[in-house]
Structures are given as C-alpha cells and as structure tokens.
Design a protein around this ligand. Structure first.
Ligand code: AMP
Length: 124
C-alpha cells in the first residue's frame, strides 16, 4: 500500500489540523483519540510516512524505530499506566479494520480492559 500524504494523521503531523497532544519528541507524536474506547485512549504515531507495521519495520531507519517504540513506553509511563496496566494495539489492513493509513499504536488504560479479542474467536 502506498502512503497517502493526505491522511488525517499526516495532516496532524504537519500541523494542518489540531490534536489534543500528550507527548512529542523528534521521533513520535502522541495525542488523545477523538473517539475514546477507554478512559485513557491515546494514539502514538511515528514522524515518517509509514502505513503500518510492515513498511515501518522494513523501511524505517533504526533510529526512528527505536525512538518510536521508546516514545510508546514513555507515554504509557507518563500517563501513569505502568503499575495498573494497559494495552497497546496496532491495527493493520482490512482484517483489523485499520481506518487511518498512517502507523499508529493505540494505548488503552484506566480500567480493567477485558478480553484481548472478541470472544467469538476464542476457545473458552
Ligand atoms: P484504526 O482503526 O486503528 O485506524 O484507528 C484510527 C483511530 O483514529 C480511531 O480510534 C479514531 O477514533 C482515531 N481518529 C481519527 N481521526 C482522529 C483525529 N482527528 N484525532 C484523534 N483521533 C482520531
């Protein structure tokens, strides 16, 4: 999939539309999800043109990959989520219902989060 520079997160990165920012460094930007699915629901996006985990891990410079994942950990820590626990999630492609074609990690927290996936797919 080729990167669409007009996707909404690209516009946020360029400052063309606002976000409710929680963290920024040279590698990543984190902001509150506009339609939160948990009391804490933050998105962390890399500063680069990557659709999802596949092209990011294949093509991004090592420094960006390291910096991005460090930022995810830093954001979770700064949000006070490490001790109570939290969940990270990255949707990729149609089966995962990825809506925005710019790699993003969801951070969910603030309550017990229940099962990892819809129960229809589990054996118990
Ligand atoms: P995904 O299905 O993993 O691609 O998730 C995209 C997420 O982006 C959804 O949770 C949306 O609520 C969120 N989202 C879409 N537009 C914005 C925006 N302008 N600011 C913050 N979050 C957004």
């Amino acid at each position: 999939m080729t990167y669409d520079p007009n996707n909404i997160f690209a516009k946020i990165l360029r400052g063309e539309i606002p976000c409710n920012k929680v963290y920024e460094d040279e590698y990543a930007l984190a902001f509150h999800d506009i339609n939160p699915q948990a009391p804490v629901h933050v998105l962390v996006i890399p500063k680069g043109e990557y659709v999802s985990m596949a092209d990011f891990t294949a093509d991004a410079p090592d420094e960006l990959i390291t910096g991005f994942f460090r930022a995810v950990g830093t954001v979770a820590k700064e949000l006070g989520l490490v001790e109570p626990g939290y969940r990270t999630l990255a949707n990729a492609g149609a089966h995962a219902h990825q809506e925005v074609p710019h790699l993003h990690i969801h951070i969910f927290g603030g309550v017990p989060l229940g099962p990892m996936l819809d129960r229809q797919f589990s054996n118990n």
